[in-house]
Design a protein around this ligand. Structure first.
Ligand code: GCV
Length: 645
């Protein structure tokens, strides 16, 4: 790729061909309709079609109008027509935008029918810092270069890049973005006040693509701005938030609202003032409500100064224990944002028990697209199969049944490929599509993504992408921490193996391996009781080591190495087998990728090739450390006599 070039991701010019060669009528007016018409006009200039605005005149091949049924809602659309003529109707302009992108991904043969998103907000959280943080850098847990919005304390003002980004997000259905890190440092706290212009500028770009801008705020913002307290029940504090919020809306009329990480990993919160999280969230909800804003209040609250010797404390219970007593007390415009698992975005966790336990609260399920614990965008790890299992409830309560919206931590940066690893683009695309329709098949989403990103490629290319990516999350799971136990990563940066790295730390992320067995006893009978926090039948299933899904066996149980899993293998043999298999699968990915040289752009091929070398190296390191660790603990040899160090 030439210096300064930016990868087109899933919207290369060629993706517009089928639409851009048609005669198109766009009826309706307003900002989003203008965006749609502008996009189509550019495509038509390239591919020979034509856009006409307004009603009347002879019929066109593609008719877009705002006379759709009100039942389509704010974002839905309806497609009718045949091979020669397509009619796209929406009730509101957002529907035209999403309908247009639908036509792109279905190419020459658009599906007909009515389409509406499952949830009204599909949001990305950026963990971007304004200043470069001494440990976390410009983007916390970012693996794709610097921020799109700030560089070294200053706004980047690269509006062309933000426009390209907004277009990509709209094309996969994202409609809300929080620009900055939930760990809010002093500089970032000023984005609310004297640096608000740095938010308003990108917000204007996002608005043109139907995306509302949100901001992460510090609960202590009043104190950081000179007040003596941030007590949510203090009148002066409420007045301060009231005034500041009115100013935010004066600058950004469609501002989405605040995201808050409170009393979590050192961030300030209502506990400082002896107040509850409902008090804290409701204060912000009240000041946002008159403007139509919402507060995303994160449930990631746990004791990060735990004594590892004390086995009665269980981080997996923490969010449940903190928040369930407050169900029904949050305002309607509070979204309780709950990580999908009870610990922290591990490659395998059960669903968080909190998600199914707040029937009177609006719950937003949070996913992590940035691959903090899934290979840091150096490993191929297509995450849609994991998200799909969680959304559909294959091994626990179905998130899609309980969550009213979906949020994910973004994986992009100023890298020319957007995501560091070019194939990690698929995760961003897939999150948007699954948030729109959690019932989509991950392989079908990959088809869409691959068809758009590498249009009109040979079948062999798409087959190879499937062969590499469909099973890549499971491959990653195989060569890293076994059976749902999690957190065998190097402390701090979380890349690569360190089995005991977190074992004797205050972070609450333990595996309890000894010479007899491994895993955390979370049963009601003898452990922390976490298994009992789930609705039936899951509480019963998790409680029993014989019924608990193998993948979660060590998450819920401390099991002897000789325990026979449902697969028929013992715990120790499963560890050996999966680690050999996982590393082998990584090597196979590399071979397969070599076979598509020339079928994708050279720069893409080269970047992925280099990263696969690292993935193979890292997978072998994981394999050898995990296998050696458990061999040394257990003394049980591999039944197949393979090399263990
Ligand atoms: C933004 C994990 C990450 C932190 C992150 C935190 C969170 O602990 O390691 O970097 O902080 O989650 O979700 O708030």
């Amino acid at each position: 790729m030439r210096p300064g070039m930016i990868d087109a991701a899933w919207l290369p010019p060629e993706a517009w061909r089928a639409v851009g060669s048609r005669r198109i009528r766009v009826t309706g007016s307003g900002l989003l309709v203008d965006t749609v018409a502008g996009e189509l006009r550019r495509a038509c200039e390239r591919f020979g079609g034509e856009v006409v605005r307004g009603s009347g005149g002879p019929p066109c091949d593609l008719e877009m109008s705002l006379d759709g049924d009100a039942g389509l809602g704010a974002e839905g659309y309806e497609l009718t027509g045949d091979d020669t003529r397509t009619v796209l109707r929406a009730a509101r302009p957002h529907g035209l935008l999403y309908g247009m992108f639908h036509l792109l991904r279905s190419d020459d043969a658009p599906a007909t029918g009515a389409f509406r998103p499952a949830v009204s907000r599909r949001m990305l959280d950026h963990w971007d810092n304004v200043d470069v943080h001494p440990v976390m850098g410009q983007v916390e847990r970012g693996y794709a270069g610097g921020s799109l919005f700030w560089r070294a304390g200053e706004p980047r003002r690269d509006l062309a890049r933000i426009t390209a980004y907004a277009r990509l997000l709209a094309a996969c259905g994202i409609n809300a973005v929080a620009l900055n890190n939930v760990n809010v440092h002093a500089t970032e706290a000023r984005l609310l006040t004297d640096r608000l212009g740095e938010v308003a500028e990108p917000a204007e770009v996002f608005r043109r693509y139907g995306i509302r801008t949100h901001l992460a705020v510090s609960f202590a913002a009043p104190v950081l701005h000179g007040l003596s307290t941030a007590d949510p029940l203090d009148r002066r504090v409420r007045d301060w938030w009231d005034g500041v919020t009115a100013d935010v809306y004066a600058a950004i009329p469609d501002f989405g609202g605040y995201v808050v990480k409170a009393d979590s990993e050192g961030q300030p919160g209502p506990f400082t003032y002896g107040r509850s999280h409902a008090d804290g969230a409701n204060l912000l909800a009240d000041v946002l409500a008159p403007h139509g804003g919402v507060v995303h209040w994160r449930a990631f609250v746990y004791n990060h100064r735990q004594d590892w010797r004390d086995r009665s404390v269980d981080r997996a219970r923490a969010a449940f224990d903190h928040f369930t007593p407050h169900d029904g007390t949050f305002r309607d415009n509070v979204v309780l944002q709950v990580k999908h698992g009870p610990i922290d975005f591990q490659p395998r966790e059960p669903v968080s028990p909190l998600i199914a336990a707040m029937p009177a609260t609006r719950v937003g399920a949070e996913f992590q697209i940035t691959q903090e614990y899934t290979g840091q965008q150096r490993h191929v790890c297509y995450l849609a199969p994991m998200w799909s299992e969680l959304l559909r409830g294959e091994q626990g309560p179905a998130i899609a049944e309980f969550a009213a919206e979906f949020v994910a931590v973004a994986n992009v940066g100023d890298d020319p490929f957007w995501t560091g690893h070019p194939l990690a683009q698929a995760n961003l695309y897939a999150f948007g599509r699954l948030a729109w329709d959690p019932g989509l098949e991950p392989a079908a989403v990959l088809d869409e993504w691959a068809g758009l990103t590498f249009p009109r490629g040979p079948r062999r290319l798409y087959d190879t992408l499937h062969a590499i990516m469909d099973g890549s999350w499971r491959a990653y799971e195989k060569y890293t921490a076994p059976l749902g136990v999690g957190f065998m990563v190097r402390p701090g940066d979380h890349y690569g193996p360190d089995v005991d790295g977190y074992e004797y730390t205050p972070w609450g992320t333990y595996h309890h391996a000894d010479r007899d067995g491994a895993g955390v006893d979370r049963t009601v009978a003898t452990g922390t009781g976490c298994a009992g926090l789930y609705p039936k039948p899951w509480s019963k299933i998790y409680e029993s080591p014989d019924d608990c899904p193998d993948e979660l066996a060590l998450f819920f149980h401390h099991l002897p190495y000789g325990h026979v899993l449902q697969s028929g293998s013992t715990v120790i043999q499963h560890i050996y087998d999966t680690h050999f298999a996982g590393a082998r699968e990584a090597a196979e990915m590399r071979e397969r990728w070599a076979g598509v040289a020339g079928l994708v752009p050279a720069a893409t091929h080269e970047r992925v090739r280099e990263l696969l070398d690292e993935q193979v190296r890292s997978a072998e390191e994981w394999r050898d450390q995990i296998n050696s660790y458990f061999f040394r603990k257990s003394g049980v040899p591999d039944a197949e006599g393979r090399r263990i160090y």
